[in-house]
Design a protein around this ligand. Structure first.
Ligand code: SF4
Length: 262
């Protein structure tokens, strides 16, 4: 690759400064717009089926939640309103940082560049050791959010000289629609789009999102169905199937296994 987006001394200082602003350490910049509660756009979910009695079945992840009118799925960020399923986290991130790409971690993809990194509240599994539980195990009205539509994400990524946008920290599968539209815009702007995921996702939505992503890093929990069920409230088999599909898509794939000592 060329020098564009390389991690220079100037970029490093910019990274430290912007992270302080965006995470709430400072009292200026984006922090001023960050509020408790919901800040996003109401958007109909992309992957669900309408059922009788105004129920819906979410088809996004292997949990396949059947949700009554007025209720939410397991992840807490998708809601059935009068038989229509909505995402509550579109344009509604609770974490926005400018990170070195190695922090995602992507080890072999555009090394020494910056990645504009966003997350919303919510996750579709529940790892007992989650480091980001304060946002992953929360509903959007329980986190401090900022209004940031996809266009704004790309604008800021450019302003902070980021070579990529990363969907990370919590689980991007649950903010699928926001990720999808932002990745499409990134494609048009020459910015790479990266997903950091648990790969607990159904094949159809995965195939579609792979088309607009450049790289995917999978947090592989353990090669054990028991570990997935007991420690993460997830399932191993759908994750293995998703990893195969990503490989088949030809997109950049990295696997990370976090070693838990207990
Ligand atoms: S994405 Fe959320 S609502 Fe949909 S099946 Fe998974 S946990 Fe349930």
């Amino acid at each position: 690759m060329g020098d564009r987006g390389r991690f220079s001394r100037r970029s490093f200082i910019r990274c430290i400064f912007s992270s302080a602003l965006l995470t709430g350490i400072g009292d200026r910049g984006f922090c001023m717009a960050q509020r408790e509660g919901w800040e996003g756009d109401i958007k109909e979910a992309m992957w669900y089926t309408k059922l009788k009695l105004k129920k819906v079945r979410c088809e996004l992840c292997p949990r396949k939640c059947v949700v009554d009118d007025g209720e939410r799925g397991f992840c807490g960020v998708r809601e059935n309103r009068n038989g229509i399923y909505y995402t509550l986290v579109y344009s509604n991130p609770c974490a926005v940082h400018v990170d070195p790409i190695e922090k995602k971690p992507f080890f072999h993809f555009l090394p020494a560049t910056l990645s504009f990194s966003i997350a919303t509240a919510g996750c579709n599994i529940e790892c007992a050791y989650c480091q980001n539980w304060e946002i992953s195990q929360r509903r959007p009205e329980q986190t401090k959010n900022i209004y940031m539509p996809p266009k704004k994400v790309i604008e800021l990524a450019k302003r902070f000289e980021c070579a990529s946008v990363s969907f990370t920290y919590t689980e991007p599968v649950v903010f699928y629609e926001y990720m999808f539209d932002t990745a499409k815009l990134a494609n048009k702007s020459g910015i790479r789009a990266l997903m950091v995921t648990n790969a607990f996702i159904e094949p159809k939505p995965l195939r579609e999102v792979c088309k607009v992503l450049d790289g995917i890093k999978v947090d592989f929990k353990a090669f054990s169905e028991e570990f997935y069920r007991k420690i993460c409230r997830g399932q191993l088999k759908p994750v293995l199937r998703a990893i195969e599909l990503i490989k088949e898509s030809g997109k950049w794939l990295e696997l990370v296994v976090l070693l838990c000592p207990d």
